[in-house]
Design a protein around this ligand. Structure first.
Ligand SMILES: Cc1cc2nc3c(=O)[nH]c(=O)nc-3n(C[C@H](O)[C@H](O)[C@H](O)COP(=O)(O)OP(=O)(O)OC[C@H]3O[C@@H](n4cnc5c(N)ncnc54)[C@H](O)[C@@H]3O)c2cc1C
Length: 312
């Protein structure tokens, strides 16, 4: 049976929309190309303790966002300090807490085609499975949303093409002993890097683990390089300098941070059942993704008949 709403993406935007729509009685299906929820709010497990290689902590300034997070703070899933939230015990803790239950979530479902019929949205994933619903909310970064919507990308949305993102090369390091993070970043040629120590965060495993996010200029030469090759290259540089590494890994984000955003909160199609939300509508990362999805969910609810068996 077709779902009321199909949601593509399980980052902060998709999870927020699901939470609101599900509570209002809509039957949603969330399709996610990765194995788990979180999108860029993610965590890489490792025997030495793991790394938050995407968002580590995020700003909370809008009262509506603060209200939404209140329960998670009191449940100990988030630490909120001076307007910054840090998930515990790992960067994906909030995403996990917001995760859809049971068969409302479909992991490893990479949507490759969108088709609209008279009254249905039909999505095809990379395995060839077809998923039907009456409305569609897309929450992937704007260039991916545009590519996916193809002919349905609305001519009324020209400014959406101006949204751009900054790529980030992320190196994850576990060290035998403490070391100057700035010096490690300098050795790797990370530019004006962001350095985050896992051990500085609440409830993290013991150990000297850090994540180094390269700046854009330092990332660009590595856009095509194999990640294992990057790790080998950096490991050689650091070991030559006498750094004792226990572990080194690389990850590349093509769409890490919004560089130029779009005005407004979300996109709604003039005549088709399509909404687009996510962090392309502001420069505040997770908070923007929340506010955008919140606006999209309310817009969907406003324009819909109440569901007969609403879960309220
Ligand atoms: C290294 C790094 C550091 C960051 N630091 C901060 C920070 O300090 N503070 C802050 O606020 N923000 C930060 N951000 C940005 C923040 O993570 C994002 O703005 C926010 O998480 C975006 O949420 P979203 O739901 O809009 O998108 P995403 O989290 O990208 O979610 C989109 C989801 O869609 C899925 N998807 C895409 N295409 C398809 C498809 N075809 N089929 C199925 N699924 C698909 C993706 O796998 C993904 O899970 C950082 C990001 C990175 C990468």
């Amino acid at each position: 049976m077709p779902r009321d709403i199909l949601i593509i993406g399980s980052g902060m935007a998709g999870l927020t929309a699901y939470h609101i729509l599900n509570k209002s009685g809509f039957h949603c299906l969330m399709l996610e190309k990765a194995r788990g929820v979180g999108g860029r709010m993610t965590h890489r497990r490792h025997e030495l303790g793991g790394y938050d290689h995407g968002t580590s902590s995020f700003k909370v300034s809008a009262p509506i966002f603060k209200d939404f997070l209140e329960n998670f703070v009191s449940e100990g899933i988030l630490e909120l300090h001076e307007g910054w939230a840090t998930p515990k015990p790992a960067g994906n803790a909030l995403a996990k807490a917001l995760s859809p239950s049971g068969d409302d979530f479909l992991p490893q479902a990479h949507v490759v085609d969108v088709e609209l019929t008279d009254d249905l949205v039909r999505l095809t994933d990379a395995q060839g499975a077809v998923h039907e619903g009456t409305k569609l909310l897309i929450t992937c970064p704007m260039p991916q949303a545009k590519a996916l919507l193809g002919q349905y990308w609305d001519a009324h949305w020209p400014h959406a093409d101006h949204v751009s993102y900054r790529p980030v090369l992320t190196m994850m390091l576990a060290l035998e002993k403490p070391q100057d993070g700035n010096e490690l970043a300098r050795l790797m040629g990370a530019g004006d890097a962001t350095i985050i120590w896992e051990s500085d965060k609440p409830e993290r495993a013991e150990g000297h683990r850090l994540v180094v996010h390269f700046d854009e200029d330092a990332t660009l030469p590595f856009l095509q390089t194999d990640l294992k090759e990057i790790a080998r290259h950096m490991s050689g540089i650091l070991e030559d300098a006498g750094v004792e590494l226990l572990n080194i890994q690389a990850h590349r984000w093509l769409y890490a941070h919004t560089k130029s955003a779009m005005a407004g909160e979300m996109l709604a199609h003039q005549s088709l059942p399509i909404w687009v939300a996510g962090d392309g509508f502001g420069l505040d990362g997770v908070e923007t993704a929340f506010l955008s999805a919140h606006a999209a969910a309310l817009d969907i609810i406003e324009g819909s008949d109440p569901h007969p068996d609403g879960k309220g």
